[in-house]
Ligand binder design. Structure first.
Ligand code: HEM
Ligand SMILES: *[C@@H]1O[C@H](CO)[C@@H](O)[C@H](O)[C@H]1NC(C)=O
Ligand SMILES: *[C@@H]1O[C@H](CO)[C@@H](O)[C@H](O)[C@H]1NC(C)=O
Ligand SMILES: *[C@@H]1O[C@H](CO)[C@@H](O)[C@H](O)[C@H]1NC(C)=O
Ligand SMILES: *[C@@H]1O[C@H](CO)[C@@H](O)[C@H](O)[C@H]1NC(C)=O
Ligand SMILES: *[C@@H]1O[C@H](CO)[C@@H](O)[C@H](O)[C@H]1NC(C)=O
Ligand SMILES: *[C@@H]1O[C@H](CO)[C@@H](O)[C@H](O)[C@H]1NC(C)=O
Ligand SMILES: *[C@@H]1O[C@H](CO)[C@@H](O)[C@H](O)[C@H]1NC(C)=O
Length: 356
């Protein structure tokens, strides 16, 4: 939609002045977007749930006013959803290896329990306003978008129309799709290339670590038995105080300069060898990504632009649309487990029929 109106505007201005139109083309390029997946659209809920975006934003403003740390939890939830089996809300299901109640989940996949509650709360508010038309995967994507904006990051439209998956990912599939923080850049680039994410996307998305926290065990490999020589000495000394042994369960912030603000300081940290994970710090060591890190550290607008582009790519990984999957009545269980499933399907069909 945006690109069409862009072209029309450019065309009519062309008639007036070529000089003017060149500057407009530049503005259009600044809003570059990856292709939209089939079945998703920027107007998907305009009729189905017109207040969707304002309901989500108003609620999240309230949540973050009480506790801004929840923004990081919601951003990471969307990342885990999309990387493991596509953005289908599978991460939300009870039984998911990333999910809230999986006993067998690897301890390092510490998603915040509160994030799951916030998504379900939003789902309830949306059902009240619009009926059961908004998927849990779309709510998760919108919550991540708002988490970025409400922490100081860019605001941007995202295409909607995702449907919720019927199956959750196993522990093994989850681990296979989420590279560990001890990975070097080669491993991260190879892993993300399988999702069609290029080095600029990788460096941009890693900028998600400009907010939030980590548990000690995600980075003690860099402290014990000896400190990673790449790590800034004082930074390492302070981390050893927070994490006195390799089994401490304390946490620390991911971005020491501005832990709760979505900005480009994460890249400044990397240039000062104060990145927390190997997967972060090595982006500044590896020749293929170092220049990208520097360019984001010196230009926040450039980071925001590339981050939005990469988030739009990530947010459309293997989405279910149209007749695939379902709209869950409860984000943590699929409808077929629900005795009221049949009645709900009939209600849904009836509602769509009336809309036509
Ligand atoms: C590139 C590979 C990535 C690796 C290896 C990685 C690894 C991690 C690890 C180990 C943690 C800390 C978990 C803990 O110990 O509690 C973490 C936290 C976090 N990650 Fe990533 N991550 C990656 C990509 C991403 C992406 C793409 C995003 C979003 C765009 C993201 C957003 C976050 C956020 C916001 C937190 C803080 C969560 C909180 O405070 O609850 N990460 N990540
Ligand atoms: C989690 O920890 C396990 C072992 O404790 C490790 O094999 C795995 O790679 C780690 N995964 C992530 C995503 O950190
Ligand atoms: C990156 O990690 C992989 C897997 O651990 C290893 O085989 C490779 O040698 C490492 N590459 C560099 C440049 O350190
Ligand atoms: C970290 O945990 C240890 C116990 O394992 C505790 O003694 C120490 O005070 C904690 N440090 C911080 C900064 O929370
Ligand atoms: C922690 O350190 C001890 C002693 O150095 C070692 O035996 C143990 O395997 C380490 N544990 C982890 C989780 O790295
Ligand atoms: C920073 O990046 C923006 C967005 O790409 C670009 O328009 C601007 O010219 C850059 N600023 C500098 C000083 O390079
Ligand atoms: C959603 O399902 C879970 C798991 O069955 C249940 O504990 C929870 O109460 C349900 N929530 C709502 C709002 O129905
Ligand atoms: C089952 O479906 C009904 C009707 O859509 C819904 O009200 C209820 O919350 C659902 N229960 C669970 C556990 O998901």
């Amino acid at each position: 939609m945006a690109s069409i109106s862009c072209k029309i505007a450019t065309f009519s201005f062309l008639l007036i002045s070529i000089f003017l139109s060149i500057s407009i083309i530049k503005v259009c390029e600044a809003q570059a977007r990856p292709p939209t997946a089939k079945g998703l659209s920027y107007t998907f809920y305009d009729k189905r749930c017109p207040k969707l975006e304002s309901i989500v934003r108003t609620e999240l403003k309230k949540v973050f006013k009480k506790d801004i740390a929840q923004a990081a939890g919601l951003l990471r939830l969307h990342f885990h959803d999309c990387f493991v089996q596509g953005c289908d809300g599978s991460v939300l299901l009870d039984g998911s290896a990333s999910g809230p109640s999986e006993k067998d989940a690897p301890p390092n996949l510490t998603l915040r329990a509160e994030a799951f509650k916030i998504i379900e709360k939003l789902r309830g508010l949306l059902e009240k306003s619009c009926g059961r038309v908004v998927s849990c995967s779309d709510i998760t994507a919108l919550a991540a978008r708002d988490a970025v904006f409400l922490s100081g990051g860019p605001d941007y439209k995202i295409p909607l129309g995702r449907r919720d998956g019927l199956t959750f990912a196993s522990r093994q599939v989850t681990l296979d799709n989420l590279p560990p923080p001890s990975s070097n850049t080669t491993t991260i680039l190879n892993s993300l290339a399988t999702k069609n994410l290029d080095p600029t996307d990788v460096v941009s998305l890693s900028g998600g670590h400009t907010i939030g926290i980590s548990h000690c065990n995600s980075f003690t490999n860099r402290l014990y038995p000896t400190q990673d020589p790449v790590m800034d000495k004082t930074f390492g000394k302070n981390l050893r105080l927070t994490c006195p042994t390799n089994t401490t369960t304390n946490t620390t912030v991911l971005d020491i300069r501005s832990p709760n603000t979505f900005d480009n300081k994460y890249y400044v940290d990397l240039m000062n060898r104060q990145g927390l994970f190997t997967s972060d710090q090595d982006l500044y060591t590896d020749k293929r990504t170092k220049g990208i890190v520097t360019s984001f550290a010196v230009n926040q607008s450039l980071f925001f632009e590339k981050f939005v582009f990469a988030m739009l790519k990530m947010g459309q990984l293997s989405v279910l649309t149209e007749n695939q999957g379902e709209i869950r009545a409860n984000c943590s269980v699929r409808n077929v487990n629900n005795k009221s499933f049949l009645t709900s399907v009939v209600e849904n069909v009836a509602r769509e029929f009336i809309e036509m």
